[in-house]
Design a protein around this ligand. Sequence first.
Ligand code: BF8
Length: 632
Amino acid sequence: MIMYMDPESLKKEVERRALDKTDQEIVEKALVEGVETAWDRLEKQQPQCGFGQLGLCCNRCVMGPCRIDPFGGEPKRGVCGATADLIAARNLLDDLMVGAAAHSDHGREVLEVLMETAEGKGQGYQILDEEKLNLVAGEYDIDVKGKKKEAIARELALAMLEEFGTLKNKIQLVERAPEKTKEMWAKAGIVPRSVDREIVEAAHRIHMGVGADYINILLHALRTSLSDGWGGSMMATEASDILFGTPVPVEALANLGVLKKDEVNIVLHGHNPILSEMIVQASYDADLKKSAKKKGAKGINLVGMCCTGNELLMRHGIPLAGNELDQELAIATGAVETMVIDYQCIFPSITETAKCYHTKVISTSEKSKVPGATHIEFKPETALDSAKEIIRQAIENYPNRDANRVKIPAGPVKMVAGFSEETIRKALGGTYKPLIDAIVAGSIRGAVGIVGCNNPKIKQDYGHIMLGKELIKRDILVVETGCAAIASGKAGLLLPEAAEMAGEGLKAVCKALGVPPVLHMGSCVDCSRILMLAANIAKELNVGIEDLPLGGAAPEWYSQKAVSIGAYFVASGVYTVLGLPPKVFGSVNVLDLLANKLDGVVNAAFAVEPDPVKAADLLEAVIEKKRKGLGI
Ligand code: BF8
């Protein structure tokens, strides 16, 4: 279907949808060719349900669905008697626990692969970071002396897998937090007891007739989020580093221009690196390269999308095609032979988009099947064989590409990624002292973690880029993960030269170290790297994370995982600004708790501010307040 729009309206619509010029080119192509995207579907949903947006719709049981009058009229209670406060709090916990479950289940799968690798059953896997293996094993009291790395890895994988349902009533990695922060959690009664327990208990607590006190429900939300940030997500990061290597700075390219006109393009989309790492390995296979040539292609071009993309970027410099709203645009270039999906943040309609072109979608997880996709199931024992089969199918599909419908934007942007916590620490000489000195001297005022997604309710990347630029201008260092980091890659903020956009103090520090003012720290589970950065700085200063001049922001968030990340930032003492409102505005009490009262519990709270300049004002004010608190 071709869509007709007068040139002026088309231009306006394109500019309304995306900030990046290369994205705009393909947004326009999709509009002209009538390829439906998330922006179109958002439009078709208007007006969206007001009760839902306010968090006042309860669809939890079959006495309902119920809704509460937001203006204080009738009905004030659902059929069961639940109030607006309870309904909004339960809905929020529901979203958060789903997000925590997604991150943590991802972590569990990486640990299972670590286990199989240790037992010699994983095909193509190796233990690449022995230093980290030994360090983490030490935290679990595993004696490493005289043992082979496989034996250590087996014991460690078992110990970490045990964390999911541990009876110890504590998660080992939580011990990494500064003493003062842990005391704060103990006082609030939110120390996470095990990963699965908090998630299952959250599900229990939101069942009709269990928790009726919104405060109690929200405190459990904080505990559940901590079991994600300091548990499931942190284990995902650590196990991935042990298997695939801890990231070090790496140069790469970003935006849709990384697709190639004369090569077999394979987009790796989703979150878990366990299969995509094998696809990278398989892509070096001489026979596969030969068969690509036989089909008329010059080579095999792997590109990343979303957090699987971030994982591969951080460890191999695989180019990034884009972030969440780029998944349909990548297909709309007409140049993608195969999109390989694992799970999370994959549009359920991605196969419908693919039908508009020759693109084949290959699903790989038993948990994440999509109608219309070819399913090649990932199993650690046959991972490399599956990876080769996926590439083979992509090569087979190359001759089906219609050259007349291909448009690949010119000019991918250079970037530097790979800033793991360990890399940052090593670059500073093994201690955070130089960074702390710069913060004390005031050349760096503080740091903000910008994380999270795209959301078609906001011009793609606008929130991330405007806020990032505004913060670095004010000498605030920015660290990023997820789709926020990809946005910065596309915008050129991940280059040392971007220091020119920073204030004088930050610019001088970045130039001295040769680093960008915005540091790419990885995928969304790697928000745990941000936690470790904060924890290690706090420990050097003998304070809590909640005392540091830090902030968090999720300018374009959409997902349940982002709810969990935002909550564990706040629960860890990091004031966090959201660019879009969470679905709680129907309850004045829940809102007051999240925006104000939490401050008395964890020395941090949430704010909502869509305007990036005003969001920067809020973050700067908190950073200055915390500086004062530290006497600097
Ligand atoms: O986990 S930032 S859209 S891709 S949820 Fe998803 Fe959001 Fe992107 Fe990565 Ni995170």
